[in-house]
Structures are given as C-alpha cells and as structure tokens.
Design a protein around this ligand. Structure first.
Ligand SMILES: C[S@@+](CC[C@H](N)C(=O)[O-])C[C@H]1O[C@@H](n2cnc3c(N)ncnc32)[C@H](O)[C@@H]1O
Length: 197
C-alpha cells in the first residue's frame, strides 16, 4: 500500500522540509552522534539530521521513498545510510545514540508494543528516543494519519511504556502542518523524548 502511494505521487508526498518537531527542538540534533530513523519515508528527517552533522542510518519498506531519500541526500550534499527493508527485517541489535520514529502509526496496539520493544533494543544505554505522531483527537481533524483511533498515541501510554526512562519532553498540542500533500492543516500532535536508563 505504501509503495503504491509513493509511486502514484509525482514529487515528495511528505515534502522535503523536516517534521516540525525537529525544527522546534534543535537540541535533538547532536553532531557526530549516530541516529536511526525508522520507517523514514522519503528522507526529509534523515537528511535534516545529516545536515546537522549526525551520522544517519534509515530504513523504509518503500523502494520509491528510499530512492527519493537518496536523491534528497545527494542534492543536499550529505550522506545517509539508507536501506529498503521491512520493519521485521531490520537488525535491532545494532546500537545507536538516538532512534527516531516520526509518524510511524501504521500499526495497532499489539504491533505498536513490538515497535517500542524493537526501538528500545536499538538504543545504547543513555540513548535518546524521539516519538512524534498523532493523538486520538486527530481522527476528527482528517488532516493526516490513519483513520484508526487505536493507532494514536497518548502521553499516559507512552509514560507507562517507558517507565523508568528519563523523560525530556512530553507534549500534546495543536499545530498547523504543511508537509507535502499528505499532512496539511491543523493537527493534534504529540511529542515524546526519553533517554534509556
Ligand atoms: C506516514 S509515513 C512517514 C514517513 C516519515 N517518517 C516522515 O515523517 O516523513 C509512514 C512510513 O512508514 C513506512 N512503513 C510502513 N510500514 C512499514 C514497515 N512494515 N516497515 C518499514 N517501513 C514501513 C511507509 O513506507 C512510510 O514511508
């Protein structure tokens, strides 16, 4: 479904500008630190972090999206280690200073729990996790994201899942988005940043 969606679009479905959470929180980009961008799509976030001096690895299952990510990195004069891979084929034992999951709400609660276990395992001790996505209130907005309330994040769930982690940012807010043609309009968003003990 995702490959078809990207292939049907002439140009970048989510745009080439990074997600607003990275713009609003520049402290997250630490030069020379390694970062894994999961389900990174067309590379807007990976390339932004590489431009900031981070050592970036990314994967996504869509070959079209990863091709666009490679083109964006080349055009920006940075290197990103990209991979065309399904989530379940990634080697989660590889360790990173940071793992970011931006708009990865393509699964329901059961698989989300697995996503979180996998992302936890890819972080070194003291490493930082960034999750950014939609809240249940987004369903009424219709300005992006899946139409399934079970796929949404709440701060309560994230605090429970990452109990014992050092929470650096936990925020629920409304924000105007203009990301390509896919995420456009006022959205109910959530940011969660925490460090692995
Ligand atoms: C909403 S898009 C977000 C893309 C990117 N993170 C961004 O913010 O621009 C969701 C992405 O998840 C990818 N995806 C969906 N299921 C996946 C899976 N099982 N394994 C890897 N990537 C997947 C899609 O190809 C798509 O690029």
């Amino acid at each position: 479904m995702w490959e078809d969606r990207f292939a049907a679009k002439d140009g970048y479905l989510f745009g080439v500008e990074p997600s607003g959470v990275l713009i609003a929180n520049p402290w997250l980009a630490l030069p020379s630190h390694s970062v894994l961008c999961v389900a990174d799509g067309e590379g807007r976030n990976a390339v932004h972090l590489a431009r900031s001096g981070m050592l970036v690895t990314s994967f996504d299952l869509s070959a079209t999206a990863v091709g666009r990510s490679n083109a964006l990195a080349k055009q920006s004069g940075v290197g990103v280690q990209t991979h065309i891979l399904d989530w379940n084929s990634w080697d989660w034992s590889q360790q990173f200073d940071m793992v970011i999951g931006i708009f990865i709400q393509f699964v329901g609660p059961e698989l989300r729990a697995k996503q979180f276990v996998d992302m936890k395992s890819a972080l070194r001790s003291g490493g930082r996790l960034l999750l950014h996505g939609y809240r249940p209130e987004q369903i009424e907005r219709g300005t992006g994201g899946p139409p399934t309330v079970e796929n949404m994040y709440t701060e309560a769930e994230l605090h429970h899942t990452f109990a014992g982690w050092i929470v650096e940012r936990s925020a629920s807010y409304e924000c105007e988005q203009a990301s390509g043609s896919a995420h456009v309009g006022k959205a109910a968003l959530i940011d969660f940043v925490a460090r692995k003990p």
